[in-house]
Design a protein around this ligand. Sequence first.
Ligand code: SF4
Length: 353
Amino acid sequence: MNASVSAPAVRHDWSRQEILNLLALPFNDLLFQAQTVHRAHFNPNEVQVSTLCSIKTGACPEDCAYCPQSARYDTGLEKEKLMAVEKVIEEARAAKANGASRFCMGAAWRSPRGKDMPYVTKMVSEVKSLGLETCMTLGMLDENQARELADAGLDYYNHNLDTSPEYYGEIITTRTYQDRLDTLANVRSAGMKVCCGGIVGMGEEAGDRAGLLQQLANMPEHPESVPINMLVRVEGTPLEQEADLDPLDFIRTIAVARIIMPQSHVRLSAGREEMSDEMQAMAFFAGANSIFYGEKLLTTANPEANKDMQLFARLGIKPEERHVHGDDDAVEADIAASIEAAHNDKFFYNAAQ
Ligand code: SF4
């Protein structure tokens, strides 16, 4: 954090119009404001890195119009059973060896069933014992399930609002906006950190993007992590033919999220793989400071796999240090080595040298 830049107050009373006004600022003014707020709260050259692991893929009963995991759409996705605990630990070890500081486990469920809970809580405690932060996304949680996960040591729970309350019915009909808010409240009262954001480019208006941001920013506590996803149009889903969103509107959404939730990590999330390096760089400038590693990074020596680290090296960005019990130093050393390896990769052409 740069102490020379004064930190504006954290607010929870944003009106829709105020947020729309921010979204409509001249682009340079908006980015300047976002970067100024960002510098008041964070090191602008650090990005937090998480690794995502799908512990149960496909066959979800919900009807989220963007999602290839819904059983209602024929997307050719192979459905899988809940991954064995040992396999999850193996993946978490590999993620750690590649420098991730947080391991996120996702299951395509409406909500976890009673018989699933012993497995998922075991995953949490085992992954945590490796010295990684833990995050899960398992669908809706009642109070007891939230408490069980918190007791197992789960640090973060991800549950997105997806879009504005007004547009929500166009995207999902099998659970209500209020169901989502209830789950988020259960997560909070169990003492876990919240990861909550949404998706843009689903045919919504700027007013809906403002509506989503308003919901997030007016929560009694801002989510610690705010993923802003760009729709990935998957064949077979109802949104496969959705029109392109102007990429600058995506950057505007990131910038406004940064301004109105100044202490949250804003995550550049789904859709990142389809973005150019320049667009990702602009998103970091607008205040995004968290990413998921590409899955391919878990396999070694592939130049594609090093793409994220190469981009970090070109931008002078370092992965953010996390203070997790366990050997942080080893994680930092691993990640520094990954950046060094990216520099040395014969496929890495650094035009700045
Ligand atoms: S609940 Fe999650 S996994 Fe299921 S369809 Fe919706 S987004 Fe996909």
